[in-house]
Design a protein around this ligand. Sequence first.
Ligand SMILES: Cc1cc2nc3c(=O)[nH]c(=O)nc-3n(C[C@H](O)[C@H](O)[C@H](O)COP(=O)(O)OP(=O)(O)OC[C@H]3O[C@@H](n4cnc5c(N)ncnc54)[C@H](O)[C@@H]3O)c2cc1C
Length: 373
Amino acid sequence: MTKVLVVGGGIAGYCAALAARRDGADVTVVARAPGATALYAGGMEIVDDLDSILQSPHHPLARLGIDAVGLATELDNAISTLQLALGKEGLKFEGSWRSRGLYADIHGLARPANVVPESVARGELGALTGKRVAVIGVPQVGDYDAASTAQALKELHGIEAFAEDISIAELPQAAALTDLYGRRAPSPRARGAAIAYPPGFTNLPPDGFELLASPPSPHGWRLQQAISLGAVAAEVTSFETSRGRITAARASTRAFRADAFVLATGRHIGGGLRAGRVTTEPLLRLGVFHEGVPAASLGTRLHHLKYLDPAAQMRMGVMTDRRLHPLNEDGQVAYSNLYAAGAVLGGYDYAGPCGFGVPILTGWLAGRFAAKP
Ligand SMILES: Cc1cc2nc3c(=O)[nH]c(=O)nc-3n(C[C@H](O)[C@H](O)[C@H](O)COP(=O)(O)OP(=O)(O)OC[C@H]3O[C@@H](n4cnc5c(N)ncnc54)[C@H](O)[C@@H]3O)c2cc1C
């Protein structure tokens, strides 16, 4: 049986583990801590336009060398397996990578998403048109104001929204949104309206839905808890290598031996990239590229760009070949049994329409490739 070690406990590492196990591998996931997955707002953006992705030469999905039909099939498999697995952990998701909806966050601003928790799905803005919406406020909570959220829903999206404050007596004064986490949703007085709750409550009524979050995010925390089950809590600090292959990953107290390794260490929040005058990949000194050019060769230009346009600078990351083998700075495959997935990869807009699509699909494929190295 092939032994696969996945380094990283975010959505990319989880999808890699799902795929490798499905292909019969013996999989261990090692994770230091929660990363960016635990902060996501609550709406998974998978892809918007596959054809335009395939025309971006450095995009991690374009670099797979798979045509639009092939990518669509892989996305179908990856997303349905992920939804099934999360459902078994008690987290139900709705939607598909083929459809996109708009969902309001706690400030009433709309964000697009393809796949959302069941508790968010009922708040799709198009479906709220023509309905009255009660936005639940909690007077003790200081970092969220239901009245301004209702106003934004009205002004920005033409929704007939109004605020209803419900006091939760046992909360301290100046409580935070995070203090609502895990509490039973209070029932409003308003009847016949859809009910928008700040995220975190449980046992929502049938006509209730959750707004998207800003960090710290209850949606992210629930997802992170569901995907962390079974992961080994440890920090990989180095690797043992022999003749172009990795043989083991070392953490402080033990070595994890395997036949194949998946690097799903995330970007700056996860720790897969280290920011500095030149951004580096700290574990294996893999090449870090910006628009196909090694970041190290761009001198201080990228560092400067960070101040002018952080989004462009955030397109930097590890680059892979068609089998998701990460490359060294000279463009050669670094290790024949190493695969990279998720936000550690560059060439796409991290905060854009593939925020979850790249980690899910590259994780899924990296797991499959690693199971049959
Ligand atoms: C605030 C915020 C909100 C976002 N909201 C959305 C959204 O609403 N929709 C959307 O589509 N996208 C969103 N994104 C983007 C999305 O969350 C990320 O792209 C995605 O979660 C990245 O997943 P990942 O598994 O690649 O990385 P991460 O989730 O960061 O996971 C990396 C993992 O690697 C581990 N790791 C790193 N180094 C080591 C090591 N040496 N040893 C052991 N473990 C290690 C970390 O501990 C962590 O477990 C958001 C991002 C942020 C920051």
